[in-house]
Design a binder for this molecule. Sequence first.
Ligand code: ATP
Ligand code: ATP
Ligand code: MG
Ligand code: MG
Ligand code: MG
Ligand code: MG
Length: 238
Amino acid sequence: MAKSRFEYVRQFESQNLLLPQTYIVVRIDGKKFHEFSKFYNFNKPNDERALKLMNACAKNVVLTYKTDMILAFGESDEYSFILKKDSQLYNRRYDKLSTLIVSLFTSNYVHLWPKFFPDVQLSPKHLPFFDSRCVCYPNIATIKDYLSWRFVDTHINNLYNTVFWQLIQVCGMTNQEAEDKLSGTVSSEKQEILFTDCKINYNNEPEMYKKGSLITKKGELLHIDVIKQIDELFKGFE
Ligand code: ATP
Ligand code: ATP
Ligand code: MG
Ligand code: MG
Ligand code: MG
Ligand code: MG
């Protein structure tokens, strides 16, 4: 095709390349999902339908890019996709990777919504959208720590949220009272409050809530102790 005299404007485009030989994490996160979850009456603190919808979207992303993926991990409104360090996907262009993964995830979310929320219509004024970032991790130790960080975050958030909402829903506390009661408590104290005040043993909570969701490169869904199995998970990807 003949080039026009306007072609020069392409020179203003900058190409951001992700460092070679580093593990790439693309993390997506729902925009204003606190509000979104309120609008669609998600069960608190964990709406099972919403988590399963997230997992189904992530699985489709993983399977689309399976030759480049190591695994994906998700909790709440976020998912991390971990790519092999020698991946040449989109020549490691930051914007291609970030935008294509997040838009594929989002289109799946909208497409699969009716399967998981058959009685709830998506409102055009409250459509789901997600942000996305790419981060490079230089070695196997830091990528293992990255995954462990998200796993521990899942645990900390879920324990807090489980006790917080039980104190409100079962013990009839106000948000402020529940917040005050939990302020400054460590993990074991929260579990104790849950047990004595709400008669709930945290160990019996669903695995998906406690451990988050891990998707293998084959698309298998697991709810496992990531930290215990961290070496296993990256075997062969070093
Ligand atoms: P931002 O746009 O900055 O990400 P946000 O409102 O999405 O803001 P997050 O820190 O991402 O804030 O937290 C997501 C929130 O979405 C959770 O705190 C929770 O209120 C809600 N949420 C997400 N998934 C679920 C779920 N499966 N069940 C119930 N609530 C959920
Ligand atoms: P890439 O993934 O690199 O963007 P691509 O196949 O999307 O590859 P583009 O240069 O973006 O390539 O071109 C988009 C192509 O999509 C067009 O060449 C055309 O074949 C097709 N296309 C897009 N919009 C229309 C349309 N409205 N009607 C018919 N064909 C269309
Ligand atoms: Mg955020
Ligand atoms: Mg969010
Ligand atoms: Mg989030
Ligand atoms: Mg195109």
